[in-house]
Design a binder for this molecule. Structure first.
Ligand code: PLP
Length: 393
C-alpha cells in the first residue's frame, strides 16, 4: 500500500457531493430516489451568458490569461462591488479563482501557519473546516442552534477568540441554515473583533442575491467600514447566475493578502478557465432579471416546504432569510423511528424507505437536523414531502 500524507488523512470528502453521487448511483440502478441534496440551482445558465462563452471560443479566447483574471473581468468585479455593495477596490485587491471554493482555499493557504486557529460558526458550509485543516490550521467551532436562529452571539465569538486566532468566517446568508445576520448583529460582532486587530475576517457572500427581504444586502464590511483593512469579501457567480459548473469565484481584500493568494494560485491552477471568465463578465455586466426569476421560484418553494415540514410530527423548521436550503430540526422524528438513532441514520432511512436523499445535519456540524435543498422542481418537492410525511406518520 502507498502511504498517504497525514494532511489528506485528516480530512474527509465533501458530504454534500457524496450524497448527491449516492442518489445518482441509486437512480442509475433503477431505484426511484428524489434528490434533495444538491447545492446548486436547478435552472439553466441564462442564455446571454452562454452566448458570450460561445463567442469567446469562436474568437479563439482559449489561452492562458493573467493568473488573477482578465483585466475586463476584474473591472466588472470592481464595478459590481461598487454598485451593489458600496465597496471600493483597486485592481491589486481582486483575485478571480476557480470557484468560491478556491477563493477560500487560497485564503487559508495564504494566511495560516500550523496551529493557527480559525473561528467557524456551526452549522457551517462543509468545506471550511477541511480547507483549514489542509492548510495546517485548527478549526474552532462555535455552535449556534435553532433557538438562536443558527447565528452566533458576540459573547460566543469573544469566548472563541485568543492570541492564536488568525481568521473568523462569516457566511450570511448561510449554507446550510439559510439565516442572514442583520446589520446590528454584524455591528456587534465587529465590536468584539475590534479588540483583536490581528484577526482577518472573511465574509462569504455567495448567497447575497438569494434573499427574501427587500432590504439591501449587508455584510460586515458595510456594517463596520473601519475593519475593511482586514476584511476579505468572498463571492462568485455560481449560485446567483446558476453557473456552478463554470467555476468562477472571486475575492476582494487587502492587497498583501490578495498577492499571497495569487501566488498560491499561480503554483496550483494558474488562471481560471478563459471561457468561463468571459461568461462571468457577461453575468456581472449583463441584465440582472434572471436572478429575480430564480429568486421568485425559490421563495415560493421555501414557503411551501417550510409549511409542509412544520405540519409533520417531530419536525420543526424555522423560515429562512434566503439561500435554497432549509435546515429543519428532526430530533422528534429520530426519537420516534425504530432503528434510527441519529440524523445520519435518518438520512439512510429516508433514502432506503422513502426514496428521498437529503444531507444529515452532522455533515454541517449540527446533529438532529437535516439540510433539504429546494433547488428542485415544485412537483419533485411535493412528491418528496409526501414521501417524508408518510414515514413521519
Ligand atoms: N461558499 C458557500 C457558502 C457555498 O455554499 C459554496 C458552494 O456550495 C461555495 C462557497 C463555493 O461555491 P463554488 O461552487 O463557486 O466553488
Amino acid at each position: 500500500t502507498i502511504k498517504l500524507a497525514a494532511r489528506v488523512q485528516a480530512v474527509k470528502p465533501s458530504a454534500t457531493l457524496a450524497i448527491t453521487a449516492r442518489a445518482k448511483a441509486l437512480r442509475a440502478a433503477g431505484k426511484d430516489v428524489i434528490g434533495l441534496g444538491a447545492g446548486e440551482p436547478d435552472f439553466d445558465t441564462p442564455e446571454h451568458i452562454k452566448t458570450a462563452a460561445i463567442e469567446a471560443i469562436r474568437s479563439g479566447f482559449t489561452k492562458y490569461t493573467a493568473v488573477d483574471g482578465t483585466p475586463e473581468l476584474k473591472q466588472a468585479i470592481i464595478d459590481k462591488f461598487k454598485r451593489e455593495n458600496g465597496l471600493e477596490y483597486q485592481d491589486d485587491q481582486i483575485l478571480v479563482s476557480c470557484g468560491g471554493k478556491q477563493s477560500f482555499f487560497n485564503l487559508a493557504q495564504a494566511i495560516l501557519d500550523p496551529g493557527d486557529e480559525v473561528v467557524i460558526p456551526a452549522p457551517f458550509w462543509v468545506s471550511y473546516p477541511d480547507m483549514v485543516l489542509l492548510a495546517g490550521g485548527a478549526p474552532v467551532l462555535v455552535h449556534a442552534g435553532a433557538e438562536q436562529s443558527f447565528k452566533i452571539t458576540p459573547a460566543q465569538l469573544k469566548g472563541a477568540l485568543n492570541d492564536k486566532t488568525r481568521l473568523v468566517v462569516i457566511n450570511s446568508p448561510s449554507n446550510p441554515t439559510g439565516m442572514a445576520y442583520t446589520r446590528e448583529e454584524l455591528e456587534a460582532i465587529g465590536e468584539v473583533l475590534r479588540d483583536y486587530p490581528k484577526v482577518v475576517i472573511a465574509t462569504d457572500d455567495m448567497y447575497e442575491h438569494i434573499r427574501w427581504s427587500d432590504a439591501p444586502f449587508v455584510n460586515i464590511a458595510n456594517a463596520c467600514p473601519d475593519l475593511m483593512p482586514r476584511i476579505m469579501v468572498l463571492n462568485g457567480v455560481s449560485k446567483a447566475y446558476s453557473m456552478t459548473g463554470w467555476r468562477i469565484g472571486y475575492a476582494g481584500g487587502p492587497a498583501e493578502v490578495i498577492k499571497a493568494m495569487k501566488k498560491v494560485q499561480s503554483q496550483s491552477t494558474s488562471n481560471p478557465t478563459s471561457i468561463s471568465q468571459v461568461a462571468a463578465q457577461a453575468a456581472l455586466e449583463g441584465p440582472q432579471a434572471c436572478i429575480g426569476d430564480m429568486l421568485k421560484a425559490f421563495r415560493e418553494r421555501h414557503d411551501y416546504v417550510v409549511e409542509r415540514l412544520n405540519q409533520m410530527p417531530g419536525i420543526e423548521c424555522i423560515p429562512t432569510d434566503g439561500t435554497f436550503y432549509v435546515f429543519p430540526k428532526v430530533q422528534g422524528l429520530i426519537d420516534r423511528l425504530d432503528g434510527v438513532g441519529n440524523d445520519l441514520e435518518l438520512a439512510e432511512y429516508l433514502i432506503e424507505k422513502a426514496g428521498v436523499a437529503l444531507v444529515p445535519g452532522s455533515a454541517f456540524g449540527l446533529g438532529g437536523h437535516v439540510r433539504i435543498s429546494i433547488a428542485t422542481s415544485r412537483a419533485s418537492l411535493e412528491q418528496a414531502l409526501d414521501r417524508i410525511a408518510k414515514v413521519a406518520g
